[in-house]
Design a protein around this ligand. Structure first.
Ligand code: F3S
Length: 424
């Protein structure tokens, strides 16, 4: 791998032991991928906080040790300096306020808070959300980033036109210290061009419809780059957030184009950039139903846990849920958790939306989600969610059956304690 003079200096230890470890990791990682060089980045979104049970024992050794072992792949403990570039913490396993509801121990909460203080002092912004683009980290078109979290990565590449691969804890840890990441994959123009044409023949009226489309096409294209065309009106941030999260769950989609909508697809031709179209896929009522049936694996109509906010909810979504709950009471047999970034929860608190939800018997959660924390309310037998991603992962993670539907279906399930949703 070719290194610049500054990269050589970091590699040689001239900028301190932590940067040397980080450069060593990046060079090994890049060479394994066939990258010829590194690219500068000023935008890292990763997982730095030692907050999960699997790392709690390391916390006792000290956070430098945690960072050295888990983030820099090094048994040798090095002192961790300030991050070199703009860096944020993605989602964690614990809601710092609602941890009792999650069934998490106070000891673990204190470890998380100590970790946040340590990493915060080193310049890591504790956004604690899988949607950093909703709370202020919005890279511009063409910007090279180092992001983790599949739903954030596909949004970053496709909707914002910034450039990232799906990085890991180790590579984002090293990127934060050096401002470098291997130059391969979606950093390169040739890998961002469309491969599959997807003709949409159904109305894409809400997030459920976008989730169904994403889930269906992700399974078919896997890690390729679909180009969506046909019956597509101007989508919203929320719809694209759900669409990308679904496509990245059933497949490994990290980049897509919507002709005439997303920034690298002013036209259908531009989206393919000269690439041969590998396959043309048609999405109609039969494909829509297939996706819906795949996502609905529950059979028991009684619902005891409703999860909304995967990816984390925008403020409009919190408002919609609050409005649907106004004057209603959640079933005594059901819990409703509404997940949103902490920064958005602050707005929801000020606006009174949180109170509207809690008055009905629900909870507004931040910083985490059940798929990451692996905590659902005790005694849960059946889950309902408006998220194709959560419906995909929760059965595998918790063994629980899931109903998938619209926000209205889910709020209705929370109020009645029963699933009444169906595909129109
Ligand atoms: Fe976010 Fe958890 Fe969903 S990390 S995308 S809310 S699975």
């Amino acid at each position: 791998m070719r290194l610049t003079d500054e990269e050589q200096a970091m590699f040689a230890g001239d900028r301190g032991p932590a940067k040397a470890k980080a450069m060593d990791l990046l060079v090994r990682y890049g060479e394994a991928l066939g990258a010829e060089r590194l690219i500068e980045t000023n935008n890292v979104a990763g997982a730095f906080n030692a907050s999960t049970p699997s790392v709690s024992s390391l916390v006792k050794k000290g956070f430098d040790a945690v960072y050295s072992e888990l983030n820099l792949d090094s048994a040798e403990i090095v002192e961790i300096p300030r991050m070199a570039v703009n860096t944020c913490q993605l989602i964690t396993g614990i809601d710092n306020e609602n941890w009792k509801l999650q069934g998490i121990s106070e000891e673990l909460v204190q470890q998380q808070k100590a970790g946040e203080a340590f990493f915060g002092q080193r310049g890591i912004n504790m956004f604690a959300t899988c949607t950093p683009y909703q709370v202020g980290n919005v890279p511009i078109k063409g910007e090279h980033c180092a992001w983790m979290e599949s739903s954030a990565v596909v949004y970053c590449n496709s909707v914002l036109g910034a450039r990232t691969n799906t990085e890991g804890k180790e590579s984002t840890g090293a990127a934060a210290l050096t401002g470098r990441i291997p130059y391969w994959g979606y950093h390169l123009d040739e890998n961002r061009r469309g491969t599959h044409r997807v003709e949409v023949g159904c109305d894409l009226g809400d997030i459920m419809e976008w989730g169904l489309l994403g889930y269906w096409l992700g399974e078919l294209v896997q890690e390729d780059v679909p180009v969506i065309t046909g019956n597509v009106r101007q989508p919203s941030l929320i719809e694209l957030k759900h669409f990308g999260a679904a496509a990245a769950s059933s497949g490994g989609v990290e980049m897509y184009h919507i002709a005439g909508v997303t920034p690298e697809a002013p036209t259908l031709e531009a989206a393919f950039g000269g690439n041969r179209v590998h396959e043309t896929l048609h999405y109609g009522p039969a494909e829509r139903r297939l996706a819906y049936e795949h996502l609905n694996c529950a059979s028991e109509r009684a619902v005891d846990f409703v999860m909304l906010g995967c990816p984390h909810n925008a403020i409009e979504q919190v408002w919609l849920i609050a409005s649907l709950l106004e004057g209603k009471t959640i079933s005594a047999n059901t819990q409703l958790w509404v997940h949103t970034p902490r920064a958005i929860r602050e707005v929801a608190d000020r606006n009174g939306y949180t109170k509207m939800i809690t008055d009905a018997g629900g909870f507004v959660m931040s910083d985490t989600c059940p798929a990451i924390s692996r905590h659902v309310p005790a005694g849960t037998h059946t889950v309902a969610t408006d998220s194709a991603k959560q419906a995909h992962y929760l059965p595998a993670i918790t063994g629980l059956p899931v109903w998938f539907g619209s926000v209205r279906d889910c709020v209705d399930a929370a109020i009645t304690g029963k699933w009444n949703g169906q595909l129109s």
